[in-house]
Design a protein around this ligand. Structure first.
Ligand code: ZN
Length: 160
């Protein structure tokens, strides 16, 4: 079931989320609803506070299938990538954000079982973006600059 995505200005986006302690039906319904909401909105990731739930839960799908991360923590990060980034809670805007090229994350699955995953490229960017949400951070806090149609053209020219 699709849930409502809270937008910039909602205080849920600025809270530090609590760890998930129970791995029960309530969590599974949240995960299902978060995936539904992400796919409907055509996003590549969604964090629980974006649907008003202040728990450390995120879903990501950058095109390689759904990844569910409960209580995720980045344990190592390498390299650097700069690129455009948007947020379902800040519709119609994009910013240029520098992120690590590769991150390794420790998390729990929907049953509480610990696992580790290494993400690269867009997947790493999505992991960093979504995990920031769990601590009340948004990409606009760390972006280098906003990407407007004008700045995008300039960047393309600069690349040529
Ligand atoms: Zn976001």
């Amino acid at each position: 079931m699709e849930r409502k995505i809270v937008k910039l200005g909602d205080e849920a986006l600025r809270k530090v989320c609590k760890p998930m302690q129970k791995f029960d039906l309530r969590l599974w319904l949240l995960l299902r609803d978060m995936a539904d909401t992400m796919y409907k909105a055509e996003g590549v990731g969604l964090a629980a506070p974006q649907v008003g739930i202040l728990r450390r839960v995120v879903v990501i799908d950058v095109g390689d299938g759904l990844v569910e991360l409960v209580n995720p923590v980045i344990v190592s990060a390498e390299g650097e990538q700069g690129g455009g980034e948007g947020c379902l809670s800040i519709p119609g805007k994009r910013g240029y954000v520098v992120r690590p090229e590769r991150v390794t994350v420790k998390a729990q699955d929907r049953k509480g079982k610990p696992f580790e995953i290494t993400a690269e490229g867009l997947f790493a960017r999505a992991v960093c973006h979504e995990l920031d949400h769990l601590d009340g951070r948004l990409y606009i806090d760390i972006m280098d600059h906003e990407i407007t149609e004008e700045s995008e053209q300039n960047e393309e020219e600069a690349e040529n």
